[in-house]
Design a protein around this ligand. Structure first.
Ligand code: NAD
Ligand code: UDP
Length: 329
């Protein structure tokens, strides 16, 4: 039986990944300090004998605290919502850096494969559209998003250098906005905000004039990409990224469908016609990227993967989950 470590395992994406791995017969150890994750996210599989939950902070753990050997390590621990990472900015940068170091050292110790959850924030407020992996980004080092963006950028550097220096079998995914059931109702990100606001008949809060764009990926598509990427042999990874002129294995995963935030608000209300919510406009937070859309050519080529779930279908499922879990309970 293969054994996987998932840091951030009680979070939105981490808990879905644990469930997928357990379903595939893995033994899974999830580590989480429950900053934005919850025990409730684990209830569907907490009793599975192959599952272990370790409540701990990745910034306080040493590799020896986690008994291996692990075959696969997934580095997901990090608050991902601007509201939460900005509430604890220094902790966020340290989590990114120390969290990936912990995972890299474990992967090195055990000869494990590692997948690092990077982000489209690497591109900052992008100068090139859509964003592709050769783009170095346009990121402010001293703004309110920098704790997250720069932490993730250093984490990418550490992964690239562990590959070069120690030959660790690592790969990185730049994740574009991903949503779905199990997002925390107070997460603060746009889809959970709009869905919860519409269900509660509260104002839908559009930041700025709503003309900024994002591309929204349903979580199932992302977890499938994780699993496909983890299955690729190191030698194939090396030759693929070398051939593409990239110094380390990094691919975008996201849904290229691009929507303005205003259009997202309108779509949410269209799917909830009984809602009495109205659109209201609030100030745009600092450094908010104006547009974002992934170029997924590399993921298509390497993984034979592309997202399957359109926004309307994913939103319907997310609305149903939020209604059952947070409104009708
Ligand atoms: P999330 O906030 O639900 O999950 C993050 C998890 O990490 C939470 O359970 C949290 O408690 C845990 N955590 C945070 N700091 C920790 C620490 N110091 N020690 C231990 N656990 C810690 O967010 P998510 O959307 O599931 O994001 C998971 C990963 O994917 C993050 O690394 C995030 O940066 C990355 N990502 C997500 C998206 C997205 O749109 N969902 C986009 C880009 C990147
Ligand atoms: N946003 C919004 N209203 C909200 C939450 C977010 O208009 O209640 C906007 C936010 O300013 C950004 C976009 O929606 O332009 C996506 O925000 P989110 O926090 O989900 O993720 P980001 O991509 O900015 O990290």
């Amino acid at each position: 039986m293969k054994k996987a470590l998932v840091t951030g395992g009680a979070g939105f994406l981490g808990s879905h990944l644990c469930e997928r791995l357990l379903g595939e017969g893995y033994e899974v150890v999830a580590v989480d300090n429950l900053y934005t994750g919850t025990r409730e996210n684990l209830t569907a599989f907490a009793a599975n004998p192959g599952f272990t939950f370790v409540e701990a902070d990745v910034t306080e753990l040493a590799p020896g605290d986690l008994t291996g050997p692990f075959d696969e390590v997934y580095a997901l621990a990090c608050p991902a919502s601007p509201a939460h990472y900005q509430a604890r900015p220094i902790f966020t940068t340290l989590t990114s850096i120390q969290g990936i170091l912990l995972c890299l050292d474990i992967a090195r110790r055990d000869g494990a494969r590692l997948l690092h959850a990077s982000t489209s924030e690497i591109y900052g407020d992008p100068l090139v559209h859509p964003q592709e992996e050769h783009n170095w980004g346009n990121v402010n080092t001293i703004g309110i998003r920098s704790c997250y963006d720069e932490g993730k950028r250093v984490a990418e550097t550490l992964v690239a250098d562990y590959i070069r220096v120690y030959d660790v079998d690592a790969r990185m995914v730049r994740i574009f906005n991903t949503y779905g059931p199990k997002m925390h109702p107070q997460d603060g990100r746009v889809i959970s905000n709009f869905v919860m606001q519409a269900l509660r008949n509260e104002d839908i809060t559009i930041y700025g004039d709503g003309s900024q764009t994002r591309s929204f990926q349903y979580f199932e598509d992302l977890i499938t990409a994780f699993r496909k990427y983890m299955a690729v042999e190191k030698s194939v990874i090396r030759s693929f990224f070398t051939a593409h002129g990239l110094g380390a294995p990094v691919i975008n995963t996201g849904n290229p469908g691009e929507y303005t935030i205003r259009a997202l608000a309108e779509k949410t209300l269209e799917l909830l016609p009984e809602s009495t919510s109205k659109l209201v406009f609030k100030p745009l937070p600092g450094d908010d990227p104006k547009k974002r859309k992934p170029d997924i050519t590399l993921a298509k080529e390497l993984l034979d993967w592309e997202p399957k779930v359109p926004l309307a279908e994913g939103l319907v499922k997310t609305i149903a989950y939020c209604r059952d879990r947070h409104i009708n309970r």
